[in-house]
Write a protein that binds this ligand. Structure first.
Ligand code: FES
Length: 346
């Protein structure tokens, strides 16, 4: 079942390879890696899936799959097929965390371009620093104004480090921790400085648990698999090749009936696709005003314009040009076509 609109589900799946795998001959290792990589690629269009290596950063895990999906069943499907592969027979799950994207309970001073973010929109940062987070119960007994003031201070410190981007998801009731926190950065030094400074904030005194910490290095599936050692696949071609015109399949036709929209994923980019009385449109899922999720917007079918669900900005679906409201920057448009039972975007 899909989560509420705007409530993406997020999973951090950490995997550890058993040492016996390294005793296999190279041909078998190569076949295992290829099957595993193609299996992950088969989820293209169904969820946002980023691959990270932890080789050299932690002893108890080798890889991390950062998954952002519309429902729990998709996360479960990834788990099932990953462990159905030959390589999966040699993998263990030392850690796994889930959470849900939703708006914070606190009001924060707005940063232009980051207002009201309700979808995960990863950057291309090289590193991801991930940890589960639990606050002391005393924190929740404080008056809301005091918690708000402490969080304002926390945010003020964070904004002194613009090169570090934070992604927080809520796990209350879904998993053991309260939040999953993931910082994206290109320089681990910036992150270390930020964490040291945050330790001195008032909110930090109410931390119950913020370990283990995972330092993850972003790379392609094939590069990630090569950090396991054994046969090398890094040079191989990507499995989901665009067709000759640069189009990639993102959904089945029956997943987008007339009058509906949905969020799909083109590589690591979220794309909103629309079927308006048999006419198809594809635009970036992220509003240029404040990152509202446009696949959840309302469509004026007559004029083929889309209203952002956040602050009522309008965009022309064919050109991406703002047609009213606060946005001034056009959204990116994509080419879209139907071939047989498949919808392709390019
Ligand atoms: S986020 Fe403000 S109009 Fe879209």
């Amino acid at each position: 079942m899909a989560s509420k609109p705007g409530h993406q589900l997020v999973r951090y799946l950490f995997l550890k390879l058993r040492p016996e795998w390294r005793q296999l001959d190279l041909a078998e290792q190569e076949a295992h890696k290829e099957e595993f990589g193609l299996t992950l690629k088969s989820f293209h269009g169904k969820l946002l899936l980023r691959t990270y290596s932890l080789a050299g950063t932690r002893g108890d895990c080798d890889m991390m799959l950062w998954q952002v999906a519309e429902d729990l069943e998709t996360l479960q499907a990834v788990e099932t097929v990953v462990f159905s592969t030959s390589l999966g027979g040699y993998l263990e799950t030392p850690y796994s965390y889930i959470g849900m994207m939703k708006q914070s309970a606190y009001e924060f001073p707005k940063v232009r371009g980051q207002e009201g973010q309700t979808t995960i929109a990863p950057s291309d940062s090289r590193y991801l620093f991930v940890y589960p987070f639990v606050k002391k119960r005393d924190w929740y007994a404080l008056p809301l104004e005091q918690r708000q003031a402490a969080m304002n201070d926390h945010v003020r410190i964070g904004r002194r480090y613009p090169s570090v981007r934070i992604n927080t998801v809520h796990s209350f009731g879904l998993d053991d921790q309260e939040f999953m926190v993931a910082f994206e950065a290109d320089d681990p030094g910036d992150f270390v400085d930020l964490v040291m400074e945050l330790r001195e904030s008032e909110a930090s005194a109410y931390t119950e648990r913020d370990v283990p910490v995972f330092t993850c290095i972003q790379m392609s599936i094939w590069e990630m698999l090569d950090t396991l050692g054994g046969a090398s696949l890094a040079e191989r071609a990507e499995a989901v090749e665009p067709d000759a015109d640069g189009f990639v399949p993102v959904a089945e036709l029956d997943e987008l009936p007339s009058g509906t929209s949905r969020r799909v994923y083109l590589g690591t980019e979220a794309v909103a696709v629309f079927n308006i009385d048999g006419k198809y449109f594809a635009v970036s899922d992220r509003c240029t005003h404040g990152r509202g999720s446009l696949s959840e917007g309302k469509v004026d079918r007559k004029r083929c314009i889309l209203e952002c669900p956040w602050h009522g900005g309008w965009f022309d679906l064919a050109t991406g040009i703002p047609a009213g409201g606060p946005p001034v920057v056009p959204i990116r448009t994509f080419r879209i076509k139907v071939e047989g039972q498949r919808i392709l975007v390019g």
